[in-house]
Ligand binder design. Structure first.
Ligand code: FUL
Length: 485
């Protein structure tokens, strides 16, 4: 009898359990994938560079190393004003040239007399690195440093062991005395007097990682971030974060196009950073002006809009301030980006897809691409449909014109899309391309109004994972302003 009652109870419990379908576990990643530091960096989108040093006072780009430290005299130096400029653009990481090729140090390095300690700045007590770091941190902005390997002042330059020791000593000072450093910038430039000298990159990188566990190391060859191969702020139309590190060599000009496009067969995740200056030069020159707004917007589309981070250089002037003309241009740039992207015509619209991983309760439904949440994504069933995978926005208003299409991959699980096409109302192709990556922005030929917008993905490394699709209107597109006149 007791047994029977227990059985009855068990049946009752089983039947009263509500039938909830379980979400599906996500698909497997497609390697390589980013580290958490690389992911954090990618999401910053725009970061800022400050070229400041002895060159600022000699109207030059590459100092000789023979300049007297006494000429370094920024009478109104105000790093708070520099950082406010960065904050107004919305950047979360700022990088300072602690030492450029002339060898002059913006901090009082123990290993040289060629530094701020021998300049009039605060009677020799100044430390631009210290001030810069303190102000940025107080504003919640992360910090990076540029320590040029090429040093035209240092006597030991050209001698393998002594110079590498000198360089490591300075690196140790910068990475040990200024708290957490998020990025370190190594370039490969070398003097003609050092053709037989080797930069001990392996030792430098090793010590850097030992001292700053979550830092990103930038160089022509990574290991964390790579140069994009030009200084125009433009990535390749095809731009893979994966690349083969074994093919890369620091300072090898023949690799520029490889760096620009990356490699779908790459086994290393080393995304490109697009460094470009707001002005023609990297350092401030009285005769130069900031780039026009249209050019900056174009740079944004060719860097951030091609799976990269834009590193925009804003050089402070001889008084030690960012010039007003530059500040105004940064404000215009920010407000232009906001004007284009703050309105998203795709937001919360109906979305259909070729299939949904795990079905409608799987957690990877098409609607995830318009929910405004970068952590959710759509992914189809593994099986490739004829002609590829697709996702389609429906129920749009023909009167709402857009001329920018934004597509974002969920890169935490690898970069996958090899080719994509954008169709409106079933048949008209308004844009197409190869890679997508973290963010791909298409600037269309002309504004379009449509009821349906479909993204076709005919080729990809495994099923695509899409976190966002957006439709925007860009009033700055050059032809619009000329037509309106
Ligand atoms: C290059 C340098 O030679 C330029 O002067 C500038 O600093 C640029 C960002 O990197 O390697």
């Amino acid at each position: 009898m007791r047994k029977l009652m227990l059985l009855f109870l068990a049946i009752l419990l089983y039947q009263s359990k509500p039938s909830i379908s379980k979400p599906s576990p996500p698909p497997l990643p497609v390697l390589p994938v980013p580290s958490s530091s690389q992911l954090k960096w990618q999401r910053r989108e725009i970061i800022m560079f400050y070229h400041f040093g002895i060159n600022t006072f000699t109207d030059s780009e590459w100092g000789t190393g023979h300049e007297r430290p006494s000429i370094f005299n920024p009478t109104a130096l105000n790093t708070t004003q520099w950082i406010s400029a960065a904050a107004s653009l919305g950047v979360s990481l700022v990088i300072l040239t602690a030492k450029h090729h002339d060898g002059f140090c913006l901090w009082p390095s123990r290993y040289t007399h060629h530094s701020v300690a021998f300049s009039p700045l605060q009677g020799g007590k100044g430390d631009v690195v210290r001030d810069f770091v303190a102000v940025a941190r107080a504003r919640g902005i992360d910090v990076g440093l540029y320590l040029s390997p090429w040093d035209r002042h240092e006597k030991s330059y050209g001698l393998n062991v002594p110079y590498n020791e000198y360089y490591l000593g300075q690196l140790y000072e910068l990475l040990g005395n200024y708290g957490s450093i998020s990025e370190i910038w190594f370039d490969g430039a070398k003097g003609a007097n050092a053709t037989n000298m080797t930069y001990y990159f392996k030792d430098w990188f090793g010590m850097t990682k030992q001292m700053q566990g979550s830092i990103n190391i930038f160089s022509d060859a990574g290991p964390d971030l790579r140069w994009v191969g030009d200084e125009k702020g433009a990535a390749g139309e095809t731009c893979w974060s994966p690349i083969n590190r074994t093919r890369l060599r620091i300072g090898d000009a023949s690799l520029e196009s490889y760096l620009n496009t990356g490699d779908p067969k790459g086994t290393d995740w080393i995304p490109p950073e697009c460094d470009v200056s707001l002005r023609p030069g990297w350092f401030w020159h009285a005769a130069e002006k900031p780039k026009p707004l249209n050019q900056l917007i174009d740079i944004y589309f060719k860097s951030v809009g091609r799976n990269c981070v834009l590193l925009l250089n804003v050089p402070p002037n001889t008084t030690g301030l960012v010039s007003n003309s530059d500040i105004n241009r940064l404000h215009q740039f920010r407000s232009a980006i906001d004007q284009i992207f703050n309105i998203d015509l795709a937001r919360n619209r109906t979305v259909k897809a070729s299939s949904e991983w795990g079905g409608e309760h799987g957690g990877f439904t098409a609607g995830n691409v318009v929910d405004g949440d970068e952590e959710t994504y759509w992914t189809p069933e593994e099986e490739e449909k004829e002609g590829g995978y697709w996702i389609e926005l429906r129920g749009l208003n023909r009167t709402d014109k857009f001329n920018v299409v934004r597509i974002q991959e969920m890169i935490t699980m690898g970069q996958r899309i090899r080719r994509h096409e954008i169709y409106v109302d079933g048949k008209v192709v308004v844009g197409n391309g190869t890679t997508v990556g973290y963010k791909r922005l298409h600037r269309l030929e002309r504004p379009v109004g449509a009821k349906k917008v479909r993204i076709w993905i005919p080729e990809s490394r495994g099923p695509p994972l899409i976190s966002a699709v957006g439709l925007h209107f860009d009033p700055f597109k050059p032809w619009i302003s000329t037509n309106a006149m």
